[in-house]
Design a protein around this ligand. Structure first.
Ligand code: FRU
Length: 492
């Protein structure tokens, strides 16, 4: 049941007696709770925010509405980690409900400066006619972990030429200047990104729009992120309003990037190549990156999408974050690799198999599970297809396969279990041209992340199978395929 606006825009203190306990009780009953992904205790999680390294720890926040699975009053929930694997709950980071964030502390980012962590976020407000007015607000965390909001926004108006869809500031520092990009919509209903500059984090000048070659590319760009990687400039953003085209843009909204020469902050020009989607799966949105002390560019994203119901809604919670991935620039393209720290999730038990399949489908001793890591390398000999079915039973399966006839990698969740957003299609695919394929899967209770050939392509998806669907099958169609696989169970 959908909430009314009155129910949605409530703070935790305004919950009815027993309301949170009853949500917690429903959450406890849910067999789709994840075992190694970040998920909300109750309510709805969306974008990762404020991803940073401060005082010897990684800090990560997420958009959180605690009182239901609607997009209601958004808090920033705070997590900390020493290794990107185990996250400690640090409680609420930013509480909305003040004058300039009366209807939510929306997405934003964090940057360390002179021993403090500065968090720039969008305060969402609604006036009496329910018209939104965005403010860019600052909150600062000190060494003791105390987070204090500044009383006044640092950017309180939307510049001429843009609508109130103006949000999600991403900060960086270059020399003596601070910059931020903000996702925007022009008054002609096209999306873009604008640039602001500051020398003290207090006063911000509107520099103008980032000039890209994507003049008319969707109606709104959310969650922009600009960074430089190996001497190139990368702009990541989540455009809304793209029409499906070939194998691309089949989800409700997209997330991707353009790469070119570093941004010229004077002319604000970004010369770039084609827009590429970051992910080939069903559930990936609003990614955010940070650089860690080792110089790695690490990204996490929301493993979900706006305006899509989740099968866990009746269980009082929705959505989770992806695993952290390192971004690597390779031949003008971003590769995504799960951070090596994730090997800490592996338990002692390790199962291995090597076999040649000949027009058949097989299971192997030890190859079952509901939360595990699986690496499979295959050489397609004469087979027309090779694939893996996982979270499978007699009636359910999620399938990743290489179809050598169409030369496509294909993820099929049409038989995964409870359907999700099926009207957007239940198969995703992308072109693939190599006969040696490495599939690296992270399977959890209700998700899968598949890294192909060390991150050349990634398929990220939620799946909602029965708890008992734990089989893994390997198959080769119409010919032979040689493969080896290793699996680490994360539960035993
Ligand atoms: C993206 C988004 C952002 C906004 C936030 C609100 O999912 O719509 O643009 O800041 O979510 O929760």
């Amino acid at each position: 049941m959908k909430m009314t606006n009155e129910q949605k825009y409530r703070l935790i203190e305004q919950a009815e007696p027993g309301e949170i306990a009853s949500l917690q009780e429903k959450v406890k009953q849910c067999h789709w709770r994840q075992t190694f992904h970040i998920q909300p205790s109750t309510g709805l999680l969306n974008d990762p925010n404020g991803f940073s390294y401060y005082q010897g720890e990684y800090h990560l926040f997420y958009q959180w509405f605690p009182l239901g699975t609607d997009h209601g009053m958004k808090y920033w929930y705070h997590l900390k980690s020493k290794d990107l694997v185990t996250w400690d709950n640090a409680g609420i980071g930013i509480t909305p409900g003040d004058t300039f964030d009366s209807h939510g502390a929306y997405s934003g980012s964090a940057l360390e400066h002179e021993g403090k962590l500065y968090m720039l976020y969008t305060g969402n407000t609604r006036d009496e006619n329910w018209i939104r007015h965005p403010y860019q607000c600052m909150a600062v965390m000190d060494e003791s972990g105390l987070i204090t909001k500044w009383e006044h926004p640092v950017i309180s108006n939307v510049p001429e030429g843009y609508t109130d869809h103006f949000r999600d500031p991403k900060l960086w520092k270059d020399g003596d200047s601070f910059y931020c990009v903000i996702g925007a919509q022009r008054t002609n209903a096209t999306g873009c990104v604008v640039l602001y500059r500051s020398t003290d984090l207090h006063s911000w000048q509107f520099e103008g729009e980032i000039r890209t070659g994507l003049e008319s590319f969707g109606y709104m760009w959310e969650c922009p992120d600009y960074f430089e990687l190996d001497g190139s400039g990368v702009l990541v953003f989540s455009p809304q309003g793209l029409e499906p085209s070939g194998d691309e843009y089949h989800n409700i909204y997209q997330s991707g990037y353009i790469i070119g020469k570093p941004l010229n902050t004077e002319t604000r020009t970004l010369e770039h190549g084609a827009f590429r989607e970051l992910d080939r799966g069903f559930d990936f949105y609003a990614p955010q990156t940070m650089v860690d002390p080792q110089g790695r560019r690490i990204m996490v994203a929301w493993m979900g999408l706006p305006d899509i119901d989740s099968p866990t809604d009746p269980n009082g919670w929705a959505h989770c974050l992806t695993l952290p991935r390192e971004l690597i620039l390779h031949e003008g393209k971003l590769l995504q690799r799960p951070v090596p720290e994730l090997t800490a999730l592996r338990r002692k038990r390790e199962d291995r198999v090597a076999d040649t399949l000949s027009s058949e489908r097989k299971t192997y001793e030890g190859f079952t599970g509901t939360a595990y890591e699986l690496i499979c390398e295959v050489d397609l000999l004469s087979a027309k297809a090779f694939g893996i079915e996982f979270r499978a039973s007699a009636t359910e399966r999620t399938v990743i396969k290489y179809d050598a006839v169409s030369r496509k990698l294909v993820l099929d969740r049409s038989q995964s279990g409870e359907p999700v957003a099926a009207s957007y299609g239940e198969v995703r695919q992308c072109a693939w041209n190599e006969d040696h394929i490495k599939l690296h899967l992270f399977v959890d209770m209700s998700s899968v992340e598949i890294f192909v050939n060390d991150g050349e392509e990634v398929f990220t998806s939620r799946i909602f199978p029965h708890r008992e669907s734990d089989e893994i099958h390997f198959f080769a169609d119409k010919g032979e395929a040689l493969f080896q696989a290793v699996k680490w169970d994360f539960t035993e």
